[in-house]
Design a protein around this ligand. Structure first.
Ligand SMILES: Nc1ncnc2c1ncn2[C@@H]1O[C@H](COP(=O)(O)OP(=O)(O)OP(=O)(O)O)[C@@H](O)[C@H]1O
Length: 684
């Protein structure tokens, strides 16, 4: 029906009826039409409001630390302060007391980093006249999980105030905006980048200086009841004055030491992940960060990551080989969920002091404490700060006496390599040493199973018409930029030290902190990692059941975390699975509801329908010889990668850009975890 102003009701855009002729001049029919129009508008408004409320409530339910919807008054207050309603409805607490900064008050300079769910830019703050880092959070503002992570990160960052913790200086958005930038002080380096800088060897006072700052920052986090849960070199930013700051609180969580609330075990980047998390602990504390700190300390002395596992199983086995397997007492008292799966038949002896006998003894003593298998033995950041390592000579140097380095972030190395690739040379005009190292890139599976899975889900959605696109024109905020690439080269692993196996890896990133001279290099330039995992040591797993307790105070269940993590571990295990036993441990379909164990068999990767394909168990090998089985498995994996590459380039040719999501949906592209911190350059 048309309106009195002559516009059809169907195109009523809100202007219709705003200036109706005075009612007195209308006929009765005209007035009736006006009333009906008014009524229809009211109903439409009510419908919109109800929709908006439902959306906000759904987001609030899933939002971090938000057990009940944000009080309407607080939400309204934040909207009045200039925050967009989608943010105020979920993260009102996180932005409380702040007003958003305007985008125009910053000048974006260049991209300096990329995380799982963010792009980081160097920018000039035009109001304060200084250089800052702008972290643009990539999320779909209708996706509760992504808003939840972002809100938690902001809330945690605001609770922290310490010279060794990155400072969140503000947020950039506006009432009408659908994007969000976190404003941080700008840091020139990260520890991973510095440690991998060609020719750079940190002295003992320098190592102590960085470690002291790291532990002071951690001490502050823990005193505020915050666990970082992703301590690693690339999350330790360093400025030109030598100040180290812990960054990336995307995985951090509050914890209550008195009343332990179950937390997800799917956190911490694999190489730095403590055994209790690999064993599925949901009741843990500060010791998880101390384990990662121990790994970093040992890495700085060893010049390479000390336990570069490729799968959770391999990681755990490396830990047992180095640190010994847990005592009977620990198995009994900890009641860890995966204990029955991973408890080795024969205990492993601890070899930390043997392995690191070249370390100065106070450093070795601290490493020994921090890498205790029983979390209770790792003590605290405060006790580490009082250890002999810091109280005996040579003392930690003053940060200001540290040398000034050229830009040395992992991201810089990665960019150089990309540039080299574009020019058709392995390393462009880089330092030859660097080039060699980068060609030996080795992936380190990322910690962030939760985020990765959330992003995978969004990528799958993005393939059709994502909800964000429907409601939200800001395409940049979708997960479209998330780097997911198939591996592009090979990598040799020595299993049990005697048989070599070629595994696919990426050369996209700069390689890990591995010293080739100690681990060997093949004539093809591939890097050998002496993986100590011996599949025969692990019993066959028969079941793995998701726990359904609430997780992380954020409304997620363990079942969900389990399912998410499963997806990640399977995409990794699909590439690097070892024996039939290993495979049986991890080969499960990603079935949230049932958490079933499935022997699997097909190789491939996909996110659609929560189904993960993987290399099957190797039980079909007629000889029953593990090495034979592994070779056959490798052959199959190589074949899949070959087919994937062919298929990918075929589809790319056919459709131009933007086909990766489609391929992923078809299960043709293997899903890799975060590109940011997982691939690093090998130092000398
Ligand atoms: N304040 C800063 N100054 C300079 N560079 C920074 C700063 N913050 C972050 N970066 C760079 O951006 C990268 C990504 O940042 P960050 O780790 O916070 O992102 P993320 O999306 O949370 O990553 P993750 O994949 O670990 O979840 C960092 O590794 C670092 O190199």
């Amino acid at each position: 029906m048309g309106c009195v102003c002559g516009r059809p009701a169907a195109i009523d855009d809100g202007r219709c009826g705003q200036t109706p002729p005075p009612a007195g001049k209308l006929s009765a029919a005209g007035v009736a039409v006006l009333r009906r129009e008014e009524e229809a508008r009211k109903q439409a408004r009510a419908r919109d409001e109800a929709l908006e409320r439902r959306r906000a409530a759904a987001m609030a339910m899933a939002a971090c630390q938000v057990r009940s919807p944000v009080p309407r008054a607080l939400e309204a207050e934040q909207v009045a302060a200039g925050w967009p309603p989608w943010l105020a409805s979920v993260a009102a607490e996180a932005v409380r007391g702040w007003v958003p900064r305007r985008a125009e008050s910053f000048e974006k300079l260049d991209k300096i980093g990329q995380g799982t769910y963010s792009n980081v830019y160097r920018a000039r703050d035009l109001e304060k006249q200084k250089i800052v880092a702008l972290k643009k959070v990539r999320f779909d503002n209708l996706e509760p999980e992504s808003v939840k992570f972002m809100a938690r990160e902001i809330l945690i960052l605001r609770r922290l105030d310490h010279p060794n913790i990155i400072k969140l200086e503000g947020l950039v958005t506006s009432r009408m905006s659908c994007s969000l930038y976190l404003v941080f002080e700008y840091m020139e380096h990260d520890l991973a980048g510095l440690a991998s800088f060609p020719g750079l060897k940190l002295t003992e006072p320098q190592v102590k200086c960085y470690m002291q700052q790291l532990l002071r920052g951690l001490e502050h986090c823990h005193s505020r009841h915050i666990l970082h849960r992703d301590i690693k070199g690339s999350n330790l930013l360093i400025d030109n004055r030598g100040i180290l700051k812990i960054a990336d609180f995307g995985l951090a969580s509050f914890f209550d030491p008195e009343q332990r609330h179950p937390l997800t075990s799917r956190v911490v980047t694999l190489w730095y992940r403590p055994p209790e998390l690999l064993l599925g602990a949901t009741n843990y504390g500060v010791a998880v960060d101390l384990w990662s700190t121990g790994c970093i300390l040992a890495e700085l002395y060893a010049g390479k990551p000390i336990m570069p596992g490729r799968t959770e199983v391999e990681q755990l086995h490396k830990i047992f080989k180095l640190c010994g397997s847990p005592s009977e007492d620990y198995w009994r008292k900890s009641k860890l969920p995966h204990a029955t799966i991973f408890k080795p038949q024969h205990p492993y002896a601890r070899r930390v002091t043997d392995t690191f006998k070249d370390f100065p003894s106070p450093a070795l003593a601290l490493v020994d404490v921090l890498l205790s298998v029983d979390p209770a033995d790792r003590r605290t950041a405060s006790s580490a700060l009082q250890s002999e390592f810091f109280t005996t000579k040579p003392y930690a140097c003053n940060p200001s006496s540290l040398p000034r380095y050229p830009p040395s972030k992992e991201y810089d190395a990665k960019r150089r390599e990309e540039e080299g690739r574009r020019q058709g040379t392995a390393g462009g005009k880089q330092h030859p040493e660097r080039r060699t190292r980068e060609s030996k890139a080795v992936p380190a599976p990322d910690a962030n199973a939760e985020l990765v899975s959330s992003l995978q889900k969004r990528q799958a959605q993005a393939n059709t018409k994502s909800r964000s696109e429907m409601f939200n024109p800001c395409k940049e905020d979708s997960a479209s930029g998330f780097p997911i690439e198939p591996p592009s080269s090979t990598h040799i692993i020595e299993l049990s030290g005697d048989s070599k196996h070629v595994y696919p890896t990426r050369t996209f990133h700069s390689g890990p902190l591995v010293n080739p001279s100690k681990t060997g290099t093949s004539k093809h330039g591939e890097h050998h990692v002496r993986a100590v995992a011996d599949p025969r040591d692990f019993p066959v797993a028969v079941s793995a059941k998701p726990d359904t307790r609430p997780d992380d105070s954020n409304g997620f269940t363990q079942a969900e975390a389990f399912a998410h993590g499963r997806r990640l571990s399977e995409s990794i295990n699909g590439h690097f699975s070892g024996s039939g036993k290993y495979d049986q441990v991890f080969h499960q379909k990603d079935d949230k509801s049932a958490g079933r164990v499935d022997g699997g068999g097909a190789i491939g990767y996909g996110s659609k329908g929560n189904k993960i394909h993987h290399s099957g168990p190797l039980t079909s090998c007629p000889s029953g010889n593990v090495d034979e089985m592994l070779k056959e498995n490798d052959r199959q994996i190589q074949e899949v990668f070959r087919r994937t590459r062919v298929e990918k380039s075929r589809v790319r040719r056919a459709h131009g850009h933007g086909v990766e999501a489609g391929l992923r949906d078809l299960g043709a592209v293997p899903v890799f975890p975060s590109s940011r911190s997982s691939y690093r350059a090998a130092p000398q």
